[in-house]
Design a protein around this ligand. Structure first.
Ligand SMILES: O=C([O-])CC(=O)C(=O)O
Ligand SMILES: [Mg+2]
Length: 225
């Protein structure tokens, strides 16, 4: 019998380390554009680290708001390169992770956290290079009783994250790329990078084509006095 809401599942597959590596120099706006700007971890998440980018395979946790029993379990189950993606319901009353969990995670080679909830011991996060996104900060600690689930689809601000998806986070936020689509999206991102590079060249040498703006205004019926 399934114990819905309190269960640990096995992640069937995850994006390969080789594919993850290919996204090392990719930025979130380019990924987002090639997902039709429809998916994002939301403006409610802020970065709590100094520099670098968040990149890895999602290990998902859905937890009771304010309770981190399942997050502790996930740290023990995590593999090198995993990103812990925790849906704690967006509640910031009690912190979901702190400095001890941060140190445990670094030691295990976990790549970062996305917490739809709060963190504490925030100086340790803010002053470090371990990529963490969270909704807020509170000194109030977590309960450790459950329930919760590991390796189930979770959603943060409407973005669904499946176990094994590729997670990318930078100065502009967090995006989850469905595992099966990573290669396609990478191809599209590469063509966008090329086009943008050509635009920068054209700006530099004064040949940039701006005719699309007037064409669009005309097409949309804009009145221009
Ligand atoms: O007590 C906890 O589980 C959270 C915490 O503050 C830490 O990891 O340092
Ligand atoms: Mg602590």
């Amino acid at each position: 019998m399934e114990t819905l809401g309190f269960r640990i599942l096995t992640r069937e597959s995850k994006v390969s380390p080789a594919m993850v590596q290919k996204f090392e120099n990719v930025v979130t706006p380019h990924v987002s554009d090639n997902m039709n700007r429809m998916f994002s971890g939301g403006s409610g998440l802020s970065a709590y680290y100094q520099k670098g980018k968040l990149l890895g395979a999602a290990l998902t946790i859905k937890t009771r708001p304010g309770d981190n029993l399942m997050v502790h379990k996930a740290i023990d189950l995590a593999e090198h390169g995993d990103v812990l993606v925790v849906d704690a319901g967006g509640d910031t009353t009690n912190a979901i992770v702190g400095e001890i969990m941060l140190e445990l995670s670094k030691k295990k080679g976990i790549s970062g956290f996305v917490i739809n909830g709060a963190i504490r011991d925030s100086a340790a996060f803010r002053n470090g290079d371990f990529p963490v996104y969270a909704k807020g900060v509170t000194h109030r600690g977590p309960y450790k009783d459950g329930p919760g689930e590991i390796n189930v689809p979770v959603s943060i601000d409407g973005m669904v994250i499946h176990p094994g998806d590729l997670i990318l986070g930078d100065e502009d936020g967090v995006v989850a790329i469905p595992q099966a689509l990573t290669a396609d999206i990478l191809d599209q991102v590469k063509s966008q990078e090329k086009k943008e590079w050509e635009t920068f060249q054209a700006i530099e040498n004064g040949s940039v084509d701006r005719s699309w703006i007037d064409a669009t205004l005309k097409n949309k019926g804009c009145e221009w006095k």
